[in-house]
Ligand binder design. Structure first.
Ligand code: MSK
Length: 673
């Protein structure tokens, strides 16, 4: 095993401690493999074509000089003549398709569960949030009363859901027309999409068409490929992901601010520890219910444990943290670390972001690795217990019993790091609205007002993964702190949210410590943290809704692209991140990624994504691996938007006011002495 420089690998003390333990015990992790295996340079640029059996064809990077001879151009072609532009665009488009498929297949599963719950065919689930059910029903033109006027009688939640569920599910297979939630976007945004003919017709059709168009010998024009990439990505953001968020809120409860803890220190040595890892909250919801049953707790105590400690990993963690306050063990790069503690009796996985290496690591400890989704089995897993919504509680009980039975099998030494941090999470877009103005007057106008008067300079979404090619969590933290210092409020989801939580940025107290004076004042007045945890990866749809609510509240232009706002994924790694980025760009947002950029194999395509696309969509991509510089670019973009809105002067006044106030405070203090 290669020697590791812990400080360079992670800024998280818990991860560092466990990497030391892994090294001492001869356990190989992703951090070791990253040292010995470097990325393929041509693949990293997106310039390797392997979509037919005549290749793979690799197109070398363009020469760094003016002009290119015909001979040189030919060298930069696949056997079929595919140019670097086509090859790189196809690879990028396929990332969008895969990411959209992942979020949307998640959503389809939730929609199917929703229908079964509505018809009383499940075990353990019920409709929890009737108010949200009614709001969503209205958006789908589903009546919430029988009859009209004085004769109207309220429909039961089940009756509403029975009509709503099939309508939502039909969205996946819809072949023509427009997906429903496009209507939620600002009017101007809808017009832009319609003019460009990129309104998604259905969810599945956009993924299938993109896969077809990237097949050998089909779409060979990079603009056209990017156009369908936008339509496909919009089917994710305003389709699959938004459906997941809405139906999960109805079934499991809309998040409201709740306290929680984060990092591996949440595991308990004398408890049965069960880590729920993946993305879909369906089984975790039932694990939560089963873990509270007195018989189950007794069963754990009979095996010598004090009780059952559930903890989350990756986006499953976000889902159950924000609805139940179940603590988070860690983000993406901590999944192996959890097992290396020696204290995890079962790791229960569903879909997405689970490293195959978990099976090898689990074998070195006593941990049972339990797969639960028929779409995601793992070679070397201890067992597969298939999730079935019709018997979900029984499945959850079976999983917990497996974990409890394993408690006496722990092998020494157990080492649970002490690191864990209190957090406040659960800021759905509706909750933010309520906090800003109460349930009657609730409106984003209060936020807009503070943006207009300059106390809040702008809004940034900082989201996305960890990536072992850069120091774990470091870019998230550097970027977020730089934004806060400059009065930019941060909305966060996914593994970025967990990074922020570990370092105390999800607590209201952090406002005074990290924010510029304007943002600190606003956060202290409203009583919110300066970094708002909005959920899991699918919940980036909440950020779209928050941006739309800002536009609709007035005073900041007529489209999302007018807002002083920017988005970033400074440590991205998954295809889902590219799909998310593309739907933010297509929704009018300046979106910046760190670590690496997958289209550098084509200067023309990269130029288009970083510049040209803005003329059409109002949003654009950017790449900057240095998180501080990246934050500065985001702030520059926010300032440019402020200027375009004519509110740049207000901020100067506010800053002058603060300066004057400091001077006055100093003078007053001097006077007192
Ligand atoms: S879990 S997609 S590593 S954010 Fe959603 Fe984290 Fe990225 Fe997976």
């Amino acid at each position: 095993m290669a020697e590791l420089d812990l400080e360079k690998l992670s800024v998280d003390p818990a991860t560092q401690e466990l990497l030391k333990k892994a090294a001492a015990e001869g356990i190989e992790t992703i951090f070791d493999r990253a040292k010995t295996m470097k990325p393929c340079p041509i693949g990293a640029e997106g310039a390797c074509c392997r979509i037919c059996a005549q290749g793979p064809c690799r197109v070398p990077p363009p020469k760094k000089k003016e002009g290119e001879t015909e001979g040189e151009k030919k060298q930069r072609m696949g056997l079929c003549g595919a140019t670097a532009e086509t090859i790189v665009a196809r690879n990028f488009a396929r990332m969008v398709a895969a990411g959209t498929a992942a979020h949307s297949d998640h959503a389809r599963g939730v929609a199917k569960l929703f229908i079964e719950v509505a018809n009383g065919r499940t075990q353990g689930y019920k409709i929890k949030d009737v108010a949200k059910l009614k709001r969503v029903a209205r958006d789908w033109d589903v009546a919430i009363t029988d009859g009209e006027g004085d004769d109207a009688k309220p429909r039961t939640p089940e009756a509403i859901a029975q009509e709503l569920g099939p309508k939502v599910l039909a969205e996946f297979g819809q072949q023509q027309g427009e997906i429903n939630y496009v209507r939620r976007a600002p009017k101007k945004r809808q017009e832009i999409w319609r003019k460009l003919d990129i309104v998604p017709r259905g969810v599945d059709i956009e993924v299938v068409e993109l896969m077809h168009r990237t097949h050998m010998g089909v779409d060979q024009e990079y603009h056209n490929l990017m156009k369908q990439s936008s339509r496909c990505a919009l089917a994710d953001g305003w389709g699959g992901s938004m459906i997941s968020t809405d139906l999960q809120d109805i079934l499991f409860g809309m998040p409201v601010p709740i306290a929680g803890e984060i990092n591996l220190g949440v595991l308990k040595e004398d408890y049965v520890n069960v880590v729920m890892h993946g993305h879909e909250p369906l089984l975790p919801e039932m694990l939560f219910v089963a873990s509270q049953e007195p018989e189950m707790i007794q069963y754990a105590q009979n095996k010598g444990a004090k009780g059952i400690q559930l903890a989350g990993m990756c986006c499953s963690a976000n889902e159950i943290l924000m609805r139940h306050g179940i603590p988070v063990a860690g983000n993406y790069l901590q999944q192996e670390m959890a097992i290396i503690t020696g204290a995890v009796d079962a790791m229960v996985v569903d879909v997405q972001c689970e490293m195959q290496a978990l099976a090898n690591v689990a074998k070195c400890y006593h941990t049972k690795l339990i797969t639960t989704d028929d779409r995601a089995k793992m070679e070397g897993a201890t067992m597969h217990i298939a999730f079935d919504e019709h018997h979900a509680l029984d499945v959850a009980r079976q999983v917990l019993r497996e974990a409890i039975d394993n408690f006496p099998n722990r092998k020494a030494p157990v080492m649970i790091p002490s690191s864990k941090t209190p957090t406040v999470v659960g800021f759905s877009y509706e909750t933010i609205q309520y906090l800003l103005g109460g349930s009657i007057r609730g409106s984003y106008y209060t936020l807009n007002d503070n943006i207009i008067n300059g106390r809040v300079r702008g809004v940034a979404g900082v989201v996305g993964c960890n990536n072992c090619r850069t120091t774990h969590d470091s870019s998230h933290l550097t970027m977020i702190k730089e934004l806060l210092k400059n009065d930019v409020i941060v909305l966060t989801t996914g593994c970025s949210a967990m990074a922020a939580g570990k370092y105390g940025l999800l607590s209201p107290e952090s406002a005074a410590k990290y924010c510029g004076p304007g943002l600190a004042e606003v956060c202290e007045t409203v009583g919110i943290p300066p970094v708002l945890h909005m959920g899991a990866c699918v919940d980036n749809s909440r950020i779209l809704m928050a941006a739309t609510a800002c536009v609709k509240a007035g005073g900041l232009g007529s489209d999302i692209s007018d807002l002083p706002a920017a988005g970033a994924a400074p440590e991205w790694m998954s295809e889902k991140a590219i799909a998310i980025g593309q739907y933010f760009v297509a929704s009018g947002v300046y979106t910046l990624f760190g670590v690496t950029w997958p289209t550098t194999g084509s200067e023309l395509l990269t130029d288009y994504l970083f510049k040209g696309i803005e003329e059409e969509l109002g949003g654009k991509w950017d790449f900057e691996p240095d998180p501080e510089l990246a934050a500065k670019k985001m702030i520059a973009h926010i300032d440019a938007k402020r200027k375009a809105l004519g509110i740049d002067k207000a901020r100067e006044r506010v800053l002058m006011d603060m300066e004057m106030r400091r001077t006055m405070d100093a003078e007053a203090a001097a006077h007192e002495h």
